[in-house]
Design a protein. Structure first.
Length: 458
């Protein structure tokens, strides 16, 4: 007998299925790959990372670091896998994306309470379910969700960064370093390609005049969808950033702060950073260099970057469409649908942004689906916690300006502190308050059900 259906084997769906199964539910996890591909994924593994391989800051006084600490308290399985697949990335958590997905797949496949079904789900089930189909939800399921909500879907577009073979970078020009020397490796965690003022403006001019890939597959959405054609701010293609002003990139993904070119002993005018993408250290991605240029143009223009003049690309950047629902009208902070208490949404389709936000909402959806099954009240996490604030924001935002939201301190309630605090002190206080309130909430809300007592896993 199946107690819960989870639709989508991405980050949110994999975490949700595991959390529910850990609490004794028999779960069927549906993943449409490989029978139906998305155009962005490259493997059949669960929890494949499509864009960056960075899961954000690990520092406890950063928003992403706080969210990770909350997830550690809640027992996130995917975070455990990420830490097992971690790569050097300064204060951030970056992973070997293939190893990470393989570890998650093994954990889910080996769970005695989970059955993985490799087929497309075309309609929302009438039985208890978690919809975590992600930003590339199939057209059939999208129509079913639209019919349930009586709302058109909102669309925006993401772009992914190119990946290069590390040994094709010119290390006579490029250099290894971490900003302000904060890396895990003595020689630095990043490969840095420095640009002079002249080289930077030559690059920007070429970027602005380059040919872009036509969005043929998205044209109908652009014509009819609400907010169609919008980009999420955190995933803007570099050519879109460049259009905002000739120096925009130098103050954005190409900012040179905290770095010194060993050839000159001075800070370069701009810099392109490459981050390790696999354990072997043979592949590196261009940090913040999402793009939708045509592939020959990418090859030509990216080779204008000093140190990449002979670079070989294993993957070029490309665009993909993200789909998310009107969560402020449709969801409760428990992630339940307003009209169906046994229907949950999690991940990017509900309007959270960032890998950790997707995993965290899957975690909460799995916990709450299990609590509902066990006739317990689903949890509303305190707004003073990062996950609670994230869920509250996406379910209470003004729909007119609703855009996907990632973890940030700006969505937390103000601190009850008199006097002025510095930025880092304030962030530390937010983090300390969040963890205290989370632990209190979990102790108040039946710890056994929250923490997964009753597991039948192997």
């Amino acid at each position: 007998m199946t107690d819960l259906l989870v639709i989508g084997g991405g980050l949110a769906g994999s975490e949700a299925a595991y959390q529910a199964a850990q609490r004794g539910l028999n779960v069927r996890l549906f993943e449409m790959r490989p029978s139906l591909q998305t155009g962005a994924h490259q493997t059949h593994d669960l929890a494949e990372l499509v864009c960056s391989n960075s899961l954000g800051s690990n520092l406890p006084d950063r928003a992403s670091g706080l969210l990770k600490n909350e997830m550690r308290i809640l027992g996130s399985m995917l975070l455990e896998c990420a830490e097992s697949a971690a790569l050097p990335a300064g204060g951030a958590l970056a992973v070997d994306r293939e190893l990470f997905a393989r570890l998650v797949t093994e954990r889910v496949e080996s769970h005695s309470n989970i059955e993985i079904v490799r087929e497309e789900v075309k309609e929302i089930p009438n039985s208890p379910a978690i919809i975590a189909s992600g930003p590339l939800t199939s057209p059939a399921l999208s129509r079913s969700i639209a019919a349930l909500s009586s709302e058109e879907h909102l669309f925006f577009f993401d772009a992914i960064s190119p990946i290069v073979h590390a040994d094709t970078t010119n290390m006579e020009i490029a250099f290894r370093a971490s900003r302000y020397g904060t890396g895990e490796q003595d020689e630095g965690d990043y490969i840095n390609c420095p640009l002079s003022r002249e080289e930077y403006y030559t690059f920007v001019e070429a970027l602005l005049n380059a040919e872009r890939i036509e969005l043929r597959s998205f044209e109908e959405a652009i014509k009819s969808g609400v907010k169609a054609g919008h980009f999420f701010e955190g995933c803007l293609p570099v050519e879109i950033i460049a259009e905002r002003g000739v120096d925009s990139l130098a103050f954005g993904p190409m900012r040179p702060v905290g770095l010194s070119d060993p050839r000159t002993g001075k800070r370069p005018y701009a810099v392109v950073q490459l981050r390790q993408d696999n354990v072997a250290g043979s592949l590196y991605n261009l940090v913040g260099f999402q793009t939708n240029l045509k592939f020959p143009e990418q090859r030509r223009i990216l080779r204008l970057i000093p140190g990449l003049e002979n670079a070989e690309f294993i993957r070029y950047g490309q665009m993909h469409r993200n789909t998310f629902i009107a969560s402020p009208k449709l969801l409760r902070p428990t992630l339940q649908h307003i009209q169906r208490e046994d229907l949950f949404f999690a991940g990017q389709i509900m309007g959270v942004e960032g890998y950790m936000g997707n995993i965290a909402t899957g975690l909460l959806a799995g916990i709450n689906a299990a609590r509902l099954h066990h006739r317990e009240e689903p949890i509303v996490l305190p707004q003073t916690t990062m996950l609670g604030a994230l869920c509250h924001y996406v379910t209470h935002a003004d729909l007119k300006d609703f855009q996907p939201m990632k973890a940030n301190f700006g969505i937390l309630p103000a601190l009850d502190i008199t006097g002025k605090l510095g930025k880092r002190e304030r962030s530390k206080s937010y983090a300390e308050r969040a963890l205290v309130d989370l632990k209190f909430a979990l102790n108040f809300n039946a710890p056994a059900a929250v923490h997964g007592v009753g597991s039948k896993s192997k």
